[in-house]
Ligand binder design. Structure first.
Ligand SMILES: [Zn+2]
Length: 137
């Protein structure tokens, strides 16, 4: 249930940032979730709602907008970069499902489209981050 821990840390970070900026209320928090982040978005949103209800304060009435961040991969051999979306199209349903839950699976099924090397890294679109916080002073 790491969705709850993630939701809590997002909200804690937002409240801390709002305190720093001397905001009385937070009106909107934009959260970016990487395409390759292992998360159940339903549970995550539910957790956010529950924590907001419980905490109130600056978070009362806050709107949470969740955006998906596209993942980019980078070849370690030739430095070519490409989008996770491009390889996703070539996978069958079972494979893309597996990658959704275990991003490392992407490494097994993917080769650099340019040089064919299986040695690459995920450069963007992994993890969760706050992309913006809007509030009122
Ligand atoms: Zn390459």
């Amino acid at each position: 249930m790491h969705e709850w821990a993630l939701a809590e840390s997002i909200l804690t970070t937002a409240v801390e940032a709002a305190e720093k900026e001397k905001l009385k209320t937070i009106t909107e928090i934009k959260v970016g979730i990487g395409e390759l982040q292992q998360i159940e978005q339903d549970i995550f949103e539910f957790a956010l709602d529950e924590i907001i209800k419980e905490q109130g304060g600056k978070l009362k009435g806050v709107k949470i907008t969740i955006e998906t961040e596209k993942s980019t991969l980078k070849c370690k051999s030739c430095e070519n970069t490409w989008k996770f979306n491009d390889i996703k199209k070539k996978l069958n349903e079972d494979e893309s499902e597996a990658i959704h839950f275990i991003p490392e699976v992407a490494f097994v099924h993917t080769r650099c489209p340019k040089c064919g090397s299986p040695d690459f890294e995920i450069t963007t679109g992994r993890g969760i981050s706050i992309t913006s916080i809007t509030g009122e002073k």
